[in-house]
Design a protein around this ligand. Structure first.
Ligand code: GLA
Length: 384
């Protein structure tokens, strides 16, 4: 394949002035708690969205991609017009939010190359949003505040694209540090980088390759359910977030909640406990215990939060059968996407063989596997 600069020149007639990228992420633990004010533990990945940029002297952004033929031109004067675009609405949403927030915007040509697989729960959309925001902010000569860019990108996804996502993905994509997982408090945005020392283990991602459908509507439904839980809890306790409830407080609230709402809340409360414990054990290299917490997280997402589905359950189940696997769980929004497994490096080949075969037998489809490697969130490349 041609490199991004050569292709840029072919498409737009001149070489790019900058190439930058934003990372995809894997969430180690703390699933479906970011929008409940909980803590999460994601890491930015080497899988990323790269974008090559050149100012074009117009009042618009022209976008193209290395792997799909779609092109779009997004006019700064008419930013609300692109919500229906399959390719381009994330960029338009980001530009729209940046305009509202008072950024200086200049017309740009942009070519995207994304190695984060789409629909895999590894935040390809956040990577596109953050790469776009960073590139446009730079091109316009604006001061860069990465946490603020992440919040802006989340708003674009909420308001422009209609997904009520939390802050985790955009924050990890913008602020990740290679070799670390970030313990991010989603209520305060306080962020602590924790060295990710996995000893003789690695993180193996297994993509169930399920064509995803209705993820946004089912995701938004979960959000409504936890909002109902918070409303019920606040009849008894002056809490700001569901994550602030202890297990005992939740039990006291149970009679005020529908059964399904209670189960959703129980996932959130127990998952928050597992995140704190994970951060603690990871700091002292307690990988065995971390693995058990991963398993417990999957079970809670399956039984209480109901976001796993047969594909992710089959992948986790097959992983749990392997002696070289210390723990495995779904990662991301669920309903499809990936599992993340903590696996002894020496056993990775056998692990992939077993999980791949078991998944094919159970579901009739092939899974894809990646060894997760961490990276910095936003990177600006030197141009040769
Ligand atoms: C998606 C959302 C995140 C988070 C996860 C679930 O990735 O974008 O905000 O809610 O699902 O943990």
């Amino acid at each position: 394949m041609k490199d991004i600069c050569t292709l840029f020149k072919e498409i737009f007639g001149a070489p790019p002035e900058a190439v930058c990228s934003a990372a995809g992420r894997v969430n180690l633990i703390g699933e479906h708690v970011d929008y409940c004010g909980g803590k999460v533990l994601p890491a930015a990945l080497t899988l990323k969205c790269r974008v090559a940029v050149r100012k074009n002297g117009r009042n618009s952004v022209r976008i193209a991609a290395t792997d799909i033929p779609d092109r779009a031109e997004i006019d700064y004067a008419d930013l609300s017009a692109y919500r229906g675009l399959q390719w381009g609405r994330y960029q338009a949403g980001v530009a729209d939010e940046m305009k509202r927030a008072g950024y200086r915007l200049v017309g740009c040509d942009m070519l995207y190359e994304c190695s984060v697989p789409f629909g895999a729960g590894l935040s390809s959309s956040a990577a596109i949003e953050v790469a776009t925001a960073y590139a446009l902010a730079k091109a316009g000569g604006n001061a860069i505040d990465k946490p603020a860019l992440a919040v802006l990108c989340q708003r674009a996804e909420n308001d422009y694209c209609g997904v009520s996502c939390g802050i985790m993905d955009q924050y990890a994509s913008a602020n990740g540090v290679a070799g670390h997982a970030m313990l991010l408090d989603c209520a305060t945005l306080h962020c602590e980088q924790i060295p990710l020392d996995l000893g003789d283990c690695a993180l193996v991602l297994a993509n169930c390759n399920k064509p995803h459908s209705l993820v946004a509507s089912r995701y938004n439904e979960r959000r409504q359910q936890v909002e109902a839980a918070l409303k019920a809890a606040r009849e008894l306790f002056p809490v700001q977030t569901l994550a602030a409830l202890t297990p005992d407080m939740l039990e006291a609230c149970r009679p005020r909640m529908k059964e399904v709402v209670y189960r959703r809340a129980r996932h959130v409360v127990t998952e928050c406990g597992r995140v704190s414990r994970s951060a603690e054990v990871l700091r002292r290299g307690g990988l065995e215990e971390f693995g058990k917490l991963l398993n417990a997280s999957h079970i809670s997402l399956r039984d209480d939060y109901d976001v796993t589905g047969p594909e992710l359950d089959a992948l986790a189940q097959a992983a749990w059968e392997r002696p070289e696997c210390l723990g495995s769980r779904m990662t991301g929004a669920g309903f499809g996407g990936c599992t993340v497994s903590l696996v002894k490096k020496a056993g990775i080949g056998a692990f992939i063989e077993h999980v791949g075969a078991a998944y094919r037998a159970a579901v009739g489809r092939d899974a894809s596997f990646y060894i997760a490697e961490t990276a910095d969130g936003i990177v600006e490349e030197a141009l040769s």
